[in-house]
Design a protein around this ligand. Structure first.
Ligand code: AMP
Ligand code: MN
Ligand code: MN
Length: 342
């Protein structure tokens, strides 16, 4: 299975490499609400292309929205532009690359530039990816988009260096939950070993990502965890994070990261959910499954979201009080079906 997927990709890699050869201006975009994988993959590509392709005149990296502080240690992060404020972007690029985006909605404000490029390339690993690029390099067996990026750069014979390795390592360590999830394959470890040999520092990266949280984040999570609700069987746990709770702690939206995994940690929990009230008054959902038998990505797809089987999300066009009422019965049904078969 793995082998077939890989050989199919090699053909697409060749198309990508040929297209890179023609491109002088490149635009790379991450997904909205950027995480370590989308940012690490974006910057890894930027460093690699700038280093190895002298014909490329510029590589512009952009995000929509605010950059989370947790990634300020990434090399090159200061040069990442925000769609809201960038003044130097070209009206059209020879190539646009999206990394770690499962659907065009995830491109945010970068969507018109992505779609308007002479060639658009969708590099991703989400099971829900809807192949929205002209060229699609989607490896659903990869743990992270950074792993796909590593394979592409290897095929291009671009040697790793400490900057590229730090960025790609960050993508892999974040999407595998620190090498804990089922996507932590032998191939992930081989890739990781190569990244460490090239200069990625696991202790430094781990500390930056997980051990340097502001007090507002730690206390917001403690409070939200205390307020977590459960169904009578304690198989579904959900936290509701309102703007009021965020404001009480002087916390930012990004400070919710990690809360949903804390809820999943409860031994009886099969599905963990965090509902977050957005600034515009609708609801962002982060969901995790504790078992391979419950595909939460499929549930999220019903609300226009997606992700992976055991980690997914969506944005519900509903208030923070309505969203749990709409979603929780569907989750109860998923759990009921799972318990029926087991
Ligand atoms: P999160 O809960 O935000 O950490 O996201 C978990 C997984 O679900 C990640 O792989 C995301 O890319 C994916 N995901 C989160 N939100 C959405 C969304 N609105 N649409 C599609 N996929 C999403
Ligand atoms: Mn991501
Ligand atoms: Mn990813």
């Amino acid at each position: 299975m793995q082998k077939i997927a890989f050989s199919r990709s090699l053909v697409i890699y060749e198309d990508f490499i040929a297209a890179i050869g023609e491109a002088k201006t490149i635009f790379i975009t991450a997904h909205v609400g950027p995480d370590g994988d989308t940012l690490g993959s974006m910057l890894g590509f930027k460093f690699a292309l700038e280093k190895a392709c002298p014909h490329i005149q510029r590589v512009d990296c952009v995000i929509s929205g605010k950059m989370p502080d947790a990634y300020r240690f990434l090399p090159g992060i200061k040069e990442v532009l925000r769609m809201e404020t960038a003044t130097t972007l070209l009206p059209q690029y020879d190539m646009a690359i999206s990394v770690d985006c499962g659907s065009p909605d995830r491109l945010g404000l970068a969507r018109p530039l992505f779609e308007g490029a002479k060639i658009s390339v969708n590099i991703d690993h989400h099971i829900s990816n809807d192949r929205f690029g002209k060229l699609n390099i989607v490896e659903t067996t990869a743990a992270a988009s950074a792993e796909v990026a590593f394979d592409i750069l290897k095929t291009m014979k671009i040697p790793m260096d400490a900057n590229i390795a730090t960025c790609l390592y960050t993508g892999i360590v974040t999407d595998t939950g620190g090498f804990k999830y089922s996507n932590t394959t032998a191939k992930v470890m081989e890739t990781t070993a190569a990244l460490i040999s090239a200069g990625a520092n696991p202790e430094y990266i781990f500390k930056q990502l997980y051990e340097e949280q502001p007090l507002s984040q730690v206390m917001l999570q403690a409070d939200a965890l205390r307020q977590t609700q459960f169904n009578p069987e304690y198989t579904i746990g959900w936290a509701v994070v309102t703007r009021e709770l965020l404001n009480q702690h002087n916390a930012l939206d990004e400070h919710i990261d990690g809360l949903v995994e804390s809820i999943r940690r409860v031994d009886t929990v099969l599905i963990a959910v965090v509902f977050k009230e957005t600034e515009s008054g609708i609801t962002k959902v982060s969901i995790r499954s504790d078992t391979h038998d419950i595909d939460v990505s499929a549930v999220m797809a019903q609300f226009g979201g997606g992700g992976h089987k055991m980690a997914a999300g969506c944005t519900m066009e509903m208030s923070i009080t309505e969203a749990p009422k709409a979603l929780l019965p569907l989750l109860e049904e998923k759990v009921r079906q799972k318990l029926l078969v087991s």
